[in-house]
Design a protein around this ligand. Structure first.
Ligand code: SAM
Length: 262
């Protein structure tokens, strides 16, 4: 249990993947104590109800470091500030932007009471929808090239495929980046078996969750949108058929025959 705050503070929170049941109790209590909520508009819209006098500062998705600076200025003035992300705030989200702003910003910001509250990241909610695909070693890669180059992304995808990691792809598609997931599948087809499993999980952790299970050879990038997590199995990832529902998918923790060399 953290020590109580006694002056202005800034806590970075993640609301979880969508359903309110996956927002942690600690995050709910930060929201109720905050005087100011700062975040991307659609994430703030997920917070129902408003404490008396609580202010909301909604901004565009692309201005993360500026938004972090605004939140730090408010906390330095003595406000109690919650910076709001979806999922977990440390996974492709606002916590890193807050630290980036602190590193480059006013030295006085280093004395602010800064905390990061963990949340349920989309990858974990998506994995739970299909079974246990992350049971072995895995990695997470964001396909967004807003903040890094496509060359870096393809180098990391290739290395992950060559090391036979399960690969969880965040940000697989957006209107501004319609070709990237297809290009990533083409790259992976040259490095992995076409029989390796691919899971498209949309709106994981909500009542609208949808799963499509296919193989790398058959995977169609059109099945992903901005609310989809794409998980690509390793050579060890397998299915268990069951009646009336999609098969369970899991990756065993133990090393199976033929894996890892002699
Ligand atoms: C900018 S990232 C933010 C990730 C977030 N911080 C987290 O920990 O989940 C947004 C991406 O997360 C994935 N995502 C977020 N919520 C999701 C959900 N409920 N189901 C599937 N994927 C989701 C999608 O790939 C989406 O494009």
């Amino acid at each position: 249990m953290s020590a109580p705050h006694d002056k202005g503070w800034l806590t970075v929170i993640g609301l979880g993947p969508g359903g309110p049941h996956l927002t942690t109790p600690s995050v709910t209590s930060v929201i109720s104590e905050a005087t100011d909520l700062v975040g991307y508009g659609p994430y703030l819209d997920r917070i129902k109800g408003q404490e008396p006098g609580q202010r909301r500062h909604a901004s565009d998705n692309r201005v993360e470091v500026e938004r972090a600076g605004e939140a730090l200025r408010l906390a330095a003035e003595g406000r109690r500030v919650a910076v709001v992300s979806g999922g977990d705030p440390g996974v492709f989200a606002m916590a890193a932007a807050v630290f980036e702003a602190i590193e480059a910003g006013d030295p006085a910001w280093r004395t602010i009471d800064i905390r990061v509250e963990p949340g349920v990241t989309a990858m974990l909610a998506a994995a739970a929808e299909v079974g246990a695909p992350l049971g072995g070693d895995f990695c997470a890669i964001s396909l967004s090239d807003n903040l890094k180059s496509w060359t870096t992304i393809t180098r990391r995808i290739s290395a992950a495929a060559q090391a036979d990691f399960v690969i969880a792809l965040y940000n697989p598609a957006s209107r501004a980046r319609p070709h990237q997931l297809g290009d990533a599948f083409d790259l992976l087809r040259g490095l992995k078996s076409g029989d390796d499993l691919v899971m498209f999980v949309r709106a994981a952790g909500t009542k609208d969750a949808r799963v499509k299970l296919t193989t790398l050879a058959e995977a169609d990038a059109a099945d992903a949108d901005m609310r989809t997590m794409v998980i690509i199995g390793s050579s060890q990832t397998r299915t268990i058929d069951r009646p009336g529902a999609h098969p369970w998918v899991y990756t065993p923790r133990r090393e199976m025959d033929g894996e890892g060399g002699a």
